[in-house]
Design a protein around this ligand. Sequence first.
Ligand code: AHM
Ligand code: MG
Length: 335
Amino acid sequence: MSKITTIERFILDNQPQYARGDFTALLYDLALAAKVIAHKVNRAGLVNILGEAGGVNVQGEDQQKLDVYADDVIYRLCDHTGRLCIMASEEHEELLEIPARHKKGNYVLVYDPLDGSSNIDVNVSIGTIFGIYRCLDPDNRGRLEDVLQPGRNLIGAGYILFGSSTMMVYSTGKGVHGFTLDPEIGEFLLSNEDMKVPDPPSYYSVNSSYYSHWSPGVKRFLRWLQGQEADSPPPLSSRYIGSLVADFHRNLLRGGIFCYPAENSKPNGKIRLLYEAAPLAFLMKQAGGYASDGYQSILDIEPTDPHQRTPFFAGNLSLVKKVEQFLAAEEPEMA
Ligand code: AHM
Ligand code: MG
């Protein structure tokens, strides 16, 4: 029989040397948030029977949408622990301050509480993404500068996938590790230790309905992936869920590339740098892969706005380097 390791045990046994308890406990907090959100997500299909999300329940109380609920759970589990100096969520225009009555801590949490909004109501996989930075300010005041850090400053990142099972996948800079929730006992159990993106890759994931909006280099890259260019490798298979966490997770396990390129009318694409791209880029690097905006590592982009977007390519190093090569070779646009 193989050894059973809970996420608590694993986090404790593998905590970084600098961790003095708070960082470790923050990961526990997020694992707990994952369980609370999973419980609600698993009941999502019942809202039509028991009351519509966003509507009014039988007690006459407003029911929260799942993404609002997930946002609230993460904030409320983390706002009073003394571990964070500030938070930022994709759901909120403003930064999320720690209430004055609570002590502030050394860390900054950025998160997308429930990504893949178009899939929530149709029972398709969705996910939560998080990143953890150290507060730059020695007084832990929690300012905009503490949130606007490049991905290379991340000290931890992860996601929770609400799929056929609930999984929490995270890295603190020593490999990427996956845990599957056993709903019977309410514990995340180690299921995927030290995940590495396999080579050769199997899949590419992109919303190809935007093909006509892409630059010539991106179009050429797609044809290359499909085996249509002279130097194409064997064609990859296409898989696209439209839930970033689910698409990313599949490609991490099977090898491949996720692409959300720039479009003519959306030069920064759609994916949010802080809440989505940077944490996933950190994980991909830890898994031996790479993530780029097409020109540079996602981890090197200096954010200027918490909600800024970026083109995003993440997966096997060789594939992401190839798209950078095609984009670098693009003819400059005529004025
Ligand atoms: P959201 O933050 O509104 O949920 O949007 C992000 C999602 C990602 O999960 C996914 O990769 C992408 O949007 C899909 O977008 P599109 O429908 O344009 O392909
Ligand atoms: Mg999102």
